[in-house]
Write a protein that binds this ligand. Structure first.
Ligand code: S3P
Length: 436
């Protein structure tokens, strides 16, 4: 099993660039696949999760050429041009791929089946199946979990759906099915969630209206191929925002997507006293981009405002490391969604923090962490990432404040979102080496 060995990293500083955005790369493959014409994508994230979506779209009859690691050309087959796959589509570790594909496949004329790895096969899928069935789709899950079986030929109708959880994946699945539904599809969000699907649909020439938490589209709509530029993934840069805040000197992260539906961590770290400066604002098509300068700061513990939770949902493992290095207590609540990510991120982070001598208390919907503003907060030792990429990377950056080496188990899944994490991390002074 692949593991990381990370020596105490006392010189975290420098300049890094993170790879392309995972959420946007998935969507580029799916929307490009059902568009008319060739969609060119620059900055594509060639990670295991996105490669699972690429393989699935190919299996459905879409030709995709990869000109180099970060550039692809998707030959769209048009809205009704997908063909039945010869076998079940394997979405690997990716919840986003499985949930969005369920929405895309719900309105097709053929049957499909979606499967995944052992983590994905345990994740809840009724959250997408329920609204899609209300639209007329015929979908079966195994007691709420994958495999997801979709019967083709269902006539879908638009619905008005109040999301019970703030989930961009559920919103996106309903909107993708809405492209195949008769009439208007409306999704109402209980809180703001990432809006990459809406922005990208606009780039493909679709009409989507968003206002006051309601997102609306009316089918049928033609998707016109376009050129897309994928910004650096804010969620991958989060590890360096925390590393720089607990590190030695200035750390610059360049080319980061700063879509405001993703940047809750900037606000949370700001409340904790971090010194983060967002500079050199520009755009990558429909998405805003900037560079982020991070300087070491004396962090203090806070109660994380619940309204920021959906805007930072993937960043909590990294944030917990910052909280351990902050003076006083940090409390996170309203984050029960963390329990159904690639792992139960509350339980798994608590286990690792405790193993390294950080005192914390698990709450049903969050965690309470007692931070210490000391140079060597983490005792070192062995932690198990339970195959969760973001947990593995979070404990790697803890080395900036570790007394002894940290051995992190089961890290192969880092390649699902950040294939060259060890190389990029070393450029920032994080002493990580991989061993098999
Ligand atoms: C994602 C949405 C979020 C996020 C996931 C990616 C997306 O999940 O955690 O990593 O690309 O739409 P939820 O929609 O379940 O919150």
């Amino acid at each position: 099993m692949t593991e990381y060995l990370v020596a105490p990293s006392t010189h975290v500083a420098g300049a890094v660039r993170v790879p392309g955005d995972k959420s946007i790369s998935h969507r580029a493959l799916m929307l490009g696949g059902i568009a008319e014409g060739i969609t060119e994508v620059r900055g594509f994230l060639e990670s295991e999760d996105c490669l699972a979506t690429m393989r699935a779209m190919r299996a459905l009859g879409v030709q995709i050429e990869q000109t180099n690691a970060r550039e692809i050309r998707v030959r769209g087959v048009g809205r009704t041009g997908l063909k039945a796959a010869a076998q079940a589509l394997d979405m690997g570790n990716s919840g986003t791929a499985m949930r969005l594909m369920t929405g895309l496949l719900a309105g097709q004329s053929f049957d499909s089946e979606l499967i995944g790895d052992s983590s994905l096969m345990k994740r809840p899928m009724e959250r997408v199946a329920t609204p899609l069935r209300q639209m007329g789709a015929r979908i079966e899950t195994a007691s709420g979990k994958p495999p997801v079986k979709i019967r083709g030929g269902a006539a879908l109708g638009g619905i008005r759906y109040d999301l019970p959880v703030a989930s961009a994946q559920v919103k996106s699945a309903v909107l993708l099915a809405g492209l195949y539904a008769q009439g208007q599809t409306t999704v109402i969000e209980p809180a703001v969630t990432r809006d990459h699907t809406e922005r990208m649909l606009l780039s493909f020439g679709c009409q989507v209206d968003s206002a006051h938490g309601e997102i609306r589209l009316t089918a049928p709509q033609r998707l016109e191929a376009c050129s897309l530029e994928v910004p650096g993934d804010f969620s991958s840069s989060a590890f360096f925002m925390v590393a720089g805040s607990i590190g030695a000197a200035l750390l610059t992260i360049s080319g980061v997507g700063i879509n405001p539906t993703r940047t809750g961590l900037l606000d949370i770290l700001g409340l904790m006293g971090a010194d983060l400066r967002v500079v050199n604002h520009r755009s990558a098509g429909a998405e805003p981009v900037a560079d982020i300068e991070v300087r070491p700061a004396a962090l203090k513990g806070i109660q994380v405002p619940e309204h920021l939770v959906p805007l930072a949902i993937d960043e909590f493992p990294a944030l917990f490391v910052a909280a351990a290095c902050a003076e006083g207590e940090t409390v996170v609540t309203g984050a029960e969604e963390l329990r159904v990510k690639e792992s139960d991120r509350i339980a798994v982070m608590a286990e690792g923090l405790t193993a390294m001598g950080v005192s914390c208390e698990v709450l049903p919907d969050g965690i309470r962490i007692q931070g210490r503003r000391e140079q060597q907060v983490f005792a070192g030792g062995t932690v198990d990432s339970h195959g969760d990429h973001r947990i593995a990377m979070s404990f790697a950056i803890a080395s900036a404040r570790a007394r002894a080496p940290i051995r992190i188990l089961d890290v192969a899944n880092v390649a699902t979102s950040f294939p060259d994490f060890p190389g990029v991390a070393r450029a920032a002074g994080i002493n990580v080496v991989t061993s098999q």
